[in-house]
Design a protein around this ligand. Sequence first.
Ligand SMILES: O=P(O)(O)O[C@H]1O[C@H](CO)[C@@H](O)[C@H]1O
Ligand SMILES: [Mn+2]
Ligand SMILES: [Mn+2]
Length: 396
Amino acid sequence: MNNIKKFKRIHVIVMDSVGIGETPDADKFDDIGANTLLHISTAKNGLNVPNLERLGLSNIYKLKGVNTVHPSLGYYTKMQEASCGKDTMTGHWEMMGLYIDKPFQVFPDGFPDDLIAQIEKFSGRKIVGNCPASGTEIIKQYGEHQLKTGDLIVYTSADSVLQIAAHEEIIPLEELYRICQFCRDITREGKYQLGRIIARPYVGTCKEDFTRTSNRHDYALKPFGKTVMNSLQEANLASIAIGKISDIFDGEGVTKAIRTVSNMDGMDKFINILDEDFTGLSFTNLVDFDAKFGHRRDPIGYGDALEEFDARLNEVFAKMHDEDLLLITADHGNDPTYKGTDHTREYVPLLIYSKQLKNYGSLPIRKTFADLGATIADNFSIEMPQHGQSFLNDLQ
Ligand SMILES: O=P(O)(O)O[C@H]1O[C@H](CO)[C@@H](O)[C@H]1O
Ligand SMILES: [Mn+2]
Ligand SMILES: [Mn+2]
């Protein structure tokens, strides 16, 4: 890094699912033509994101209503995912230097009878659903049935995930969590290994007003190997997880976990962290983009959420110290105008800002999300991850 001190704090913000166009291998995922940001900007007839604009967002891919800027106020590029998956865990683990070579198992036809039987036996409740579904649709379909019978609503998606929807007044949270923990324990390895179990509680009186609550809980697998977060922790540096991050890594390499209930709550908590004195990483995930708008195929809501996020960057810039580095990126796409309701294989944007950097411009396209973790490791002089190349020296 020419004439530049290393950074004391690196802040990574993951805008969950904010992709920026199909990758060269999008055909393998049946995602040709997907472009989350572009299609949101067109659906909204222009996006109003002045801070992301200044950092160079539209220089990566021209979005409607977002100017290209020269010079930009940040380094900008996009990253391709090397692992063969497009789920949240794969994306985040790769950012921290770990690849998934064999995709997590999915169950497009529902879960096998013997697995379902084990869950029914443990819980003493019958299971309905057992198919891929959108979480808000399946509670419309089976919620009233659940109110009458107490049956469990089990569903999956294109991800390696077993989700249990449960009305909070019919199946108390502690019971739901206990059942999910059981599901987690029986699917850690072997033929039914699953990426995640997710508790999906909701409230309401009938299908017209059922609403999911923020008591969602994710039970992930432990990362299959060492991540940059483990190395930070070993070196007695901070590795602060805000939002879903701690769940995604099953707490591995997390020195402090801060839970959030929404994107704006995530931004509040991140901005508070900027006031704390630490050396190391803060790692924030903003999941509303994905859960509330991407999977719901709501491009207008998605665009509004992006504008709301952008507005909070004023506070972030104001609070950043000279020795801070900010990296804004995403973990996969979820084009809300695309067919189906699942993630899309896309490039993710990477925007880089620090008060001590000046010669802003484009960086080469990254072949792997792991370049992010390699840069963090390089900066803190800790063990380099198995994958990824540091771009620290490109920052001036
Ligand atoms: O449709 P909902 O319940 O939001 O579920 C979505 O959220 C899950 C976890 O991110 C994905 O696997 C997808 O199924
Ligand atoms: Mn995600
Ligand atoms: Mn998702």
